[in-house]
Write a protein that binds this ligand. Structure first.
Ligand SMILES: [Zn+2]
Length: 102
């Protein structure tokens, strides 16, 4: 694989439009959940809350616009397409996520 600055990831098997649509769906779903259950979005200092998830989705959308979507924030390597498929708003590759949770 040829590595060029600013676009050192390979595209998962989806185009930007369907990715954007998935992220938008995710965002709407999270917002619905926070309306239904406002208390769960209150503790914004802790990861895993709806508020934090919404931030991740917004970040993923910005990265999609910039063409840096799918890059791990810790090591700068591409996040595996499988992982992105399971969680389109993932910020870290599997390895760094594990390190974080340890
Ligand atoms: Zn990483």
């Amino acid at each position: 694989m040829l590595v060029t600055a600013g676009r050192l990831w390979y595209k998962p098997d989806v185009d930007d439009d369907s990715l954007r649509a998935r992220l938008e769906e995710l965002r709407i779903e999270l917002m619905r959940r926070s309306v239904r259950n406002p208390s769960s979005s209150r503790s914004s200092s802790k990861r895993g809350t709806i508020g934090a998830d919404l931030e991740d989705v917004a970040r993923a959308m910005r990265m999609l616009e910039k063409g840096t979507y799918g890059i791990c924030e810790a090591c700068g390597l591409p996040i595996s397409p499988d992982r992105l498929d399971a969680n389109p708003a993932a910020r870290l590759c599997l390895e760094d996520q594990r390190k974080l949770e340890r």
